[in-house]
Each structure stands twice: as C-alpha cells, then as structure tokens.
Design a protein around this ligand. Structure first.
Ligand code: TXA
Ligand code: MG
Length: 317
C-alpha cells in the first residue's frame, strides 16, 4: 500500500499524460467523471484491480464498471447488440452503463467481472476522463473513489478525505456535475434496469421503444440465474483445507504442495488477483471437488473468504 501522500494532478495535457502513465504502470489514480470520481486501475492488470478492492476496504468482490474513451475499443470487449448500439448513440458519452456479454477474447481481468461472463462498460463524458482514457488506450476499471460504506465523492477533496494514503494520485477536475452514479442497464436477454441513475428508466424505454424490467433487490437474491448472480464453480468447494483428500483439486495459499497457488508468498493482493482465474482453471479440469487452503481473515482476505464461502455454499440443483 502507498504510504506517501497521493499526487494531485492538474487538469491539463501534462496532468492527463501523467495519470495515464501511472495507470499503465499498475497504479491507482482517481479521476473525475460527470457522475462521481472513480478510483481507476488498468482493467487488464489483475494486481492493479486487486488493489482497488484493498484500497476501498470492501468486504466482498462486486464486479466493476470498465471505462473507455473510444467506442471501437469498448466493442472489442463485449458482444455488441442492436439495442446496445441504439443506447450508445443516444447517451454516450454520458452517465449510462451497459451490462453485456463479455467477449471471449477480452483481456479484461476476471477480478473486474468477479468471474462472470458479462461485463459492465461505459464511455464517460467528462473531458478529463476522456483525455486520460484516450492517452492510456485501454479500459479502466473504476468504482466510486471512496472507502466502502462511505458516500460517493464528487470532488477531489472528498477522495482524499476518504482514501488518503491508499491511492497514488487524484486528477483535480473540479466538481462532478451529475453527483449520482451512472444508470446501469442489463442488455442480456431483455433490457433490465440494474441501478437507477442520472438517465431515467422512462427515457431509456422511450429510446428503445420497449419496456424495461426493473430488478428488485429481492429478485436478485431469489433468482440465482439472474444478472447479479456470482460465478460459482461446478465442482464442490471445501474450505480451510489443511490436508488434501484423494481426487481433490488443490488450490493453495502459502507454502503448500498444490495444483495452483493463490500466493506462495501469502500476499493477499496477489491471491485476490488470481482468485477467479484459478477457480475457473481448476473447475475446467472437470474434477468433483476443489479444496482451498485457509486464507487469513484480514484485509483483502475478508473479501477472498466471502467469495470462497459463496462458492462453497450448498446449492440447489
Ligand atoms: O457513475 C458510475 O457508474 C461510477 C463512475 C466512477 O463511473 N462508477 C460506479 O462503479 O458507480 P461501482 O463499482 O461503484 O458500481 C458498479 C456497479 C455495481 O453495482 C455492480 O454490481 C454493477 O455495477 N455491475 C458491474 N458489473 C456487472 C455485471 N457484469 N453484471 C451486473 N452488474 C454489474
Ligand atoms: Mg460506490
């Protein structure tokens, strides 16, 4: 974790280029969007993305939005649809996020999508965000730039008050105009409003020429096949394994003999960055069970254990 105070970068060409260079080097940079300030990391860099969760102090891994400057770049990471095209033409750049099928060839970190085969993407309208993303030329994963449980920041001072020594830089682009997060709409089998925001459901329905279903919280919990469901391996998962049973696929942590090691050095950032990828890789071998070494219940370990215990929970069918 960064102990030196974060750099405050100016909203100039030079500031944008420094921000892009820092992101390219795997560092955490907060930047303004028209909705709220985002805590950005290179979305293709597993470790940088793991640091977002560490800095926010989130007790769980929820999937993150990936931000792009160019529609053509964005399209390489998703399965683009006619309805996506209609909404993109009407509202981008702007405060709208689309959840689409992730393109199988996309290099976006599996930690960004929490192991799901869908991905949330947006093209922000704030000129500083566009300049940084354009200079970087890659997707940037960015949740709101605040500690977990605190309110979303609309000014650099909010970011610094909340995240202080936990990020590398903040680009000072003044106050965010919208002040609430982007509207999120899922476009998988039918349009579903996943989070209300700056653009209303009525506006979106009018643009699409059809109704938009609204996802209620209870529905998300009772319908595990829905958009918000978390990736779960097919194999059974056994936690806190201090020995291995015959036939188990072994997911280790620390100095253990195993099939894949989340982090031989017991580095929780490294372990988080490998988590979804390694679960997928072991699951793809087709065995019946995955046994996982104990993970310390501190820092990022809390989110890792949360994810693993969901994977290990008994399931229907
Ligand atoms: O305005 C915004 O959207 C801000 C700025 C920084 O762009 N970002 C933001 O990100 O609010 P975050 O991480 O706080 O919110 C991401 C939301 C979460 O509610 C998450 O569950 C949802 O997007 N999400 C991300 N990927 C998803 C996916 N594949 N399926 C369903 N929901 C997804
Ligand atoms: Mg937030």
């Amino acid at each position: 974790m960064n102990q030196t105070p974060p750099e405050r970068l100016p909203d100039t060409d030079a500031g944008h280029h420094i921000a892009a260079a820092m992101l390219r080097a795997g560092r955490l940079v907060a930047f303004p969007t028209e909705t709220v300030y985002g805590l950005g990391a290179d979305a293709t860099n597993d470790r940088a993305v793991a640091r977002i969760f560490e800095a926010k102090g989130r007790p769980s891994f929820n999937p993150l939005i990936v931000h792009f400057a160019e529609l053509e770049d964005l399209k390489q990471h998703v399965v683009w649809t006619d309805e996506a095209d209609t909404l993109a033409r009407a509202y981008w750049p702007g405060p709208l996020t689309l959840v689409l099928k992730k393109h199988p060839g996309s290099a976006i970190s599996s930690l960004v999508t929490a192991g799901l085969d869908t991905i949330a993407v947006r093209l922000p309208g704030h000129p500083a965000a566009q300049a940084i993303l354009g200079a970087l030329g890659r997707g940037v994963a960015a949740p709101s730039a605040n500690r977990s449980g605190q309110i979303s920041p609309t000014q650099p001072s909010h970011v610094l008050d909340s995240l202080g020594g936990r990020l590398d830089a903040v680009l000072d682009g003044g106050a965010s105009e919208v002040g609430v997060e982007s509207t999120i709409i899922g476009l998988l089998d039918k349009p579903v409003l996943l989070r209300p925001g700056g653009i209303t459901e009525a506006e979106l329905a009018k643009t699409l020429g059809r109704n938009i279903a609204v996802r209620h919280k209870a529905e998300a919990i009772s319908a595990p096949g829905q958009l918000m469901s978390h990736y779960a391996p097919t194999a059974r998962v056994r936690l806190n394994a201090t020995d291995w049973q015959t036939g188990e696929m072994r997911l280790g942590f620390g100095e253990v003999d195993c099939d894949l090691n989340l982090s031989a050095d017991e580095d929780l950032v490294e372990a988080a960055s490998n988590l979804f990828d390694y679960l997928h890789r072991l699951d793809a071998r087709g065995g019946e069970a995955i046994a996982v070494s104990p993970i310390p219940h501190e820092g990022l370990g809390i989110a890792i254990n949360d994810r693993l215990s969901r994977a290990a929970a008994p399931r229907d069918g």
